[in-house]
Design a protein around this ligand. Structure first.
Ligand SMILES: [Zn+2]
Length: 263
């Protein structure tokens, strides 16, 4: 197992049908998504806060952050299924990749942004796409949501997490976060201190640039575990810093996207 000096998130990606173990929570874990929503709230402009409160009838970003996964079991929303991830060969950047005609994480986020600023869109539609956007920016920062097509972003890579059978996707979505056992509020309150310059640096780039960045983390994650390997304390020690950092970066960037949309 190689040392992983990056950071990551949680995420969720494919529904239970892809997960080989019924105990698996198929979501970046609610805790991861909520943490990102909560962190974003600290970086919102006053104007964004007001407009978001209006669209969401006062619901918090943390509350709505799991919406994208909540609707997955409802067949009416099947068209959004592919929006939770993007698969690219490791040597190809998003811009040059063959696109999924049903949409992907990057095009899905762009679609959400377009509806939110569309003067002709209804409040109901804007609220729907805003909730999707909050969720998808979270997914964009979970390395395994930008993984390989062949193994469904690590869902087909079986490993053990302590004594339970699971897969690599799920370890990064939720297992590490669950084992760490902090609430989303505690995780958000305990982010590393970073400077204004660092925040400005993190907020540079496009959605596609961020997907390419996450892909680099995915490559490291794939190298961090062997098929069938038992992962436990040592894996947590080496990798949870990346999870925490990706949650923080996801929150900071979510706020940036919202501040830009609502400026
Ligand atoms: Zn998702």
């Amino acid at each position: 197992m190689k040392t992983l000096k990056l950071v990551v998130v949680i995420g969720l990606f494919l529904a239970t049908s892809f997960v080989g173990n019924s105990n698996n929570n198929p979501f970046w874990g609610a805790t991861g998504h909520r943490t990102i929503g909560k962190i974003a709230e600290d970086y919102l402009s006053g104007k964004s806060k007001r407009k978001i409160a209006e669209l969401l009838d006062g619901q918090s970003l943390a509350l709505v952050s799991t919406f994208g996964d909540d609707i997955k079991s409802d067949k009416r929303y099947n068209d959004f299924y592919t929006w939770h991830y993007v698969n690219m060969p490791f040597d190809v950047k998003y811009e040059d990749s063959e696109k999924n005609e049903k949409g992907d994480l990057v095009s899905g986020i762009e679609k959400c942004k377009a509806v939110i600023v569309d003067k002709n869109a209804s409040k109901e539609d804007k609220a729907f796409y805003l909730k999707m956007l909050v969720h998808l920016i979270g997914d964009l920062h979970q390395p395994m949501h930008v993984g390989r097509y062949e193994d469904k972003g690590g869902n087909d890579i079986q490993v053990r997490w302590f004594n339970d059978g699971t897969n690599l996707h799920s370890v990064w979505d939720s297992k590490m976060i669950e084992s760490f056992n902090m609430t989303f509020t505690e995780l958000a309150d305990n982010t590393d201190k970073i400077s204004k310059e660092q925040v400005a640096y993190l907020q540079k780039g496009t959605i596609a640039d961020w997907a390419n960045e996450t892909q680099q983390l995915a490559i490291k994650v794939y190298g961090s575990a062997e098929v069938g390997e038992k992962l436990s304390y040592n894996y947590m020690y080496e990798n949870f810093g990346l999870v925490r950092s990706q949650l923080q970066i996801g929150g900071i960037r979510l706020a940036y996207v919202l501040n830009t949309l609502f400026s």
